[in-house]
Write a protein that binds this ligand. Structure first.
Ligand code: FES
Length: 140
C-alpha cells in the first residue's frame, strides 16, 4: 500500500471516529423530554378527601397525574409538571420561598415554572387551576 493511500484511509477513519465521539458526547448532554408533559389535562380534585388535604393549607402541596400542585395563598393554587426538565426527577415545593426545587441536581423553578437556577434550561409546563369551594380543577 502506498503511504499516501494509507494516510488517506487512516485520516478518513480518524474523522469518522471523532464524529462518532462527538455524537455520543452530544447525546449524553441532551435534555430529555419532561415526563408527564404531553397531552391534554383536565381533572378535578375533591379537597374534602384525605389524600388531597394538603391543598387546604397555604404551603401545602401534592403530586398527582404527573403534576405538582401547590397552594400559594388562600386564593392561589399553581400546577406544574412535576418532572424536572433536566433529567426528570420529581421536583419539590418550597413553601418558605413559594418556588420549586429539584432534589437531584438543584435546579430551581419559579411558581410560573420558569428556570431560576440550572442545570435545567427549559421551563416546567404550567397548567390552569380553578378553585371553587372545595373543588380544584386542573386543566391545560
Ligand atoms: S434532574 Fe433536576 S436538576 Fe437534574
Amino acid at each position: 500500500m502506498e503511504r499516501s493511500t494509507f494516510l488517506k484511509i487512516m485520516g478518513t477513519g480518524a474523522v469518522l471516529a471523532c464524529a462518532g465521539c462527538g455524537l455520543v458526547g452530544c447525546s449524553g448532554e441532551d435534555e430529555p423530554s419532561p415526563v408527564g408533559n404531553a397531552g391534554p389535562v383536565d381533572f378535578t380534585l375533591d379537597l374534602t378527601v384525605a389524600p388531597n388535604g394538603p391543598l387546604n393549607n397555604v404551603g401545602g402541596s401534592l403530586t398527582t397525574n404527573g403534576i405538582i400542585i401547590a397552594r400559594l395563598s388562600t386564593t392561589e393554587v399553581v400546577a406544574l409538571s412535576q418532572a424536572c426538565t433536566h433529567q426528570g426527577t420529581t421536583i419539590q415545593f418550597r413553601p418558605s420561598s413559594g418556588d420549586f426545587r429539584c432534589p437531584n441536581h438543584g435546579s430551581q423553578f419559579s411558581s410560573t415554572g420558569t428556570v431560576t437556577q440550572g442545570p435545567a434550561t427549559r421551563p416546567l409546563r404550567r397548567y390552569n387551576t380553578e378553585l371553587t369551594g372545595t373543588s380544584l380543577r386542573v386543566f391545560s
